[in-house]
Design a protein around this ligand. Sequence first.
Ligand code: KG4
Ligand code: ZN
Length: 342
Amino acid sequence: MIVLGIETSCDETGVALYDSDAGLLAHALFSQVEIHAEYGGVVPEIASRDHVRKLLPLINQCLKNVGLTRTDIDAVAYTAGPGLIGALLVGTATGQSIAMGLGVPALAVNHMEGHLLAPMLETDHPVLPFVALLVSGGHSMLVEVRAIGEYKILGETLDDSAGEAFDKTAKLLGLGYPGGPALAKLAEKGDPERFAFPRPMTDRPGLDFSFSGLKTHTRNLWLNIDQDDQTRADIAAGFQQAVVDTMLIKCRRAMQHTRAQQLVVAGGVGANLSLRQTLQQAGKKYGWKVSYPRLEFCTDNGAMIAFAGCQRLLAGQQTGPVLKAYARWPLDQLPPLAATGT
Ligand code: KG4
Ligand code: ZN
């Protein structure tokens, strides 16, 4: 089965073709980062309009790259939430229309399930059951994954997501948008030990996250010090180290709690090299296997949507001809894989 995957939940137009037998055939992405950069963040209306411009050309490009035509598509999977509603509706309307025109099934995919399953696209993929640390711009959570579609949320952020904490701190330090990758790059030049940073929520039991205290601490530090370049880098490094340490502590607790042997790290912040290295080392020390998607599949992409959609389509699920998108769509409300109809 060849599945066309469509991702338009935020500021990236992603498209992919996934074959249930041969694996990923093609994927293409257009990032709107430069368009939104001058506003210092994503402007929803501009995002929607640009998805309209880029989506069909990207689909045509993907098909052309692998010598396929539209009639080779057996099903269409599109992100229907969570995300920006206008942006989601572009992918939803396009996905439903293509499926209807071709007379093939359509399936609404949950964006977070896409992130969660992205490591499955790799040859050395994780084995179920596992614990997933899902850290993106919109969400931070630890999820116990017993099977595809069987998700138990072990802990979530009580305020900002990890991505937001990175982005807001980067903005404070004058690094612009998108902040996460810029802050991570600057942190490489900094000394994480120069200033003391709190490790939020680690002295309390439980698996929830909170980054607002760390953000405030960083703000107070930066606004009350001589703001030279080395200090900026040292603060970036100290902040990043505090986020990474906090996640390590929470992951370790989640692994102990579930007795899982496999940890999966996914979502945009999963592209952070310091986080990847730290969890990799922890895996060696504590005997867990740690899996990540390749860097380009940590952030938003069409491949993860095509893959997640394909699993549900193979199980017989499909979405009727409705144009429904969801700004919020909790992961633990998804039907198990064996259930039909969404
Ligand atoms: O998963 P994603 O592409 O979009 C959402 O679904 O939200 O995640 C985007 C987030 C942004 O907050 C971005 O700053 C962060 O991931 N991010 C990073 C890195 N690369 C992306 N944060 C820290 N270090 C990175 N290398
Ligand atoms: Zn995402």
